[in-house]
Ligand binder design. Sequence first.
Ligand SMILES: *Cc1c(COP(=O)(O)O)cnc(C)c1O
Length: 362
Amino acid sequence: MNRVFNFSAGPSMLPLEVLEKAQKEFVSYGTTGMSVMEMSHRSKAYEEIIFGAEANLRELMAVPDNYSILFLQGGGSTQFAMVPLNLMNKNNKADYVKTGQWSKKAISEAQKYGKVNVVASSEDTVFNYIPTLDPSKFDKEADYFYMTLNNTIYGTHIPDSLIPNTNGVPIVGDMSSNILAERYDISKFGLVFAGAQKNLGPAGLTIAIVRNDLMGNAMDITPTMLKYDTHAKEKSLYNTPPTYSIYFAGLVFEWVKSLGGVDAMQKINEEKASILYDFLDNSKLFKGTVVKKDRSLMNAPFILPAEELNAKFIKEASAKGFVNLKGHRTVGGMRASIYNAMPIEGVKALVEFMGKFELENK
Ligand SMILES: *Cc1c(COP(=O)(O)O)cnc(C)c1O
C-alpha cells in the first residue's frame, strides 16, 4: 500500500485506522449481511448507527441538551442560505464578520433575504488577519451575528477566546474546516455548522448544531427541506439522509474519542501547527502569509520569493509524496492543510523536505 501525505484543503485526508475499519465492514456490516450503503435508513441497525454517531458528537463537543444536532446535505454552502431563511425572522437583518471567501459567499447569499451589516473586514490585506471586533459597531437588533471560525483559504482562525459578547444576539459559526479540531463552548452560539469533508469524513454530509428556541420561525418562503425544524422533529430522518457519510463520520467520532477527545486533538493540532510555523518563522526562503497571532491550526499558507520557485517546490514535493500543496488561486504559493487526520509524522516529514529544498535553492 502506497499512501501519500495528502495536504488537500478538502476533501482531505482521513484517518487510516478509520478507512481500514470501514473497509472491513464494507461488504457486510455486523450481522446484517449487507453494506451500510444497502441498508434502509429506517432499519434498527441504521438507527443504532445514526443515533450512536449523534450521541458521540454531542459528548465530544459537549453540546448542551437544549441544542439539536442535525445531519443534513448540501454542504456548508447550503447553510449560507439556510441560516438567513431560518433566523432572519424578527428584524430582517444580521451582522456579518468578513474574513474570507466563505464569509463573502455567506454575505451575498444572506443579502437575498434581508439586510447585512458587515461589522468588521480584513479584505484590505487579502484576509491575512482577523479584524478587531468592536461591539459598538454591532447592531443590537440584528437577528444573528455571523462569523467564519476557520478561514480555510487564507489560514486564519477565530478561537473560542475571541468569540464576542453580542448581548443576546445569537452567534452563528461556520466550523466547516475546524470542527473537532479545537475546543469551542457551544453555549456561546445559537448555531454552528460544518460540511464533513474537511475534518469529519466523506463529502455529502453537513452537520448543524442548533439551539432549539431558534427553530420553527423560518420565513414563509423557506422550502420544507431547508427548515431546521423539519429535520430536528424527525431526528435527521425526515427523508433519506446521507447514510454512508453519517456512518463514516460516526467512525471518525469514535477515533477522536479514542485519542482523548477534542481537547487532546487540539493539543496534537497545536503541536503540528507549531512545527510548521516555527520552521516558516526561522526560514530565510519560505514565508508564512498570515499575521502570527491569527494563524489557523488547520490551514497554513506560505510562499517562496519567486513564482518559479513555488512551482518547483510543488512539483518536487509531489514527487516525494507530499501532495495537494498548491495554494488557493486567490493567494498563490502553497497551503498545507493539516486537519485532524494528518499525523504529526506527516508535518515533520514535510518540514524536513522544506529544509532540504531551502538548502538546495538559496
Ligand atoms: C469548504 C468550506 C465551505 C463550503 O463547503 P461545501 O461543503 O463545499 O459547500 C464553507 N465554509 C468553509 C469555512 C469551508 O472551509
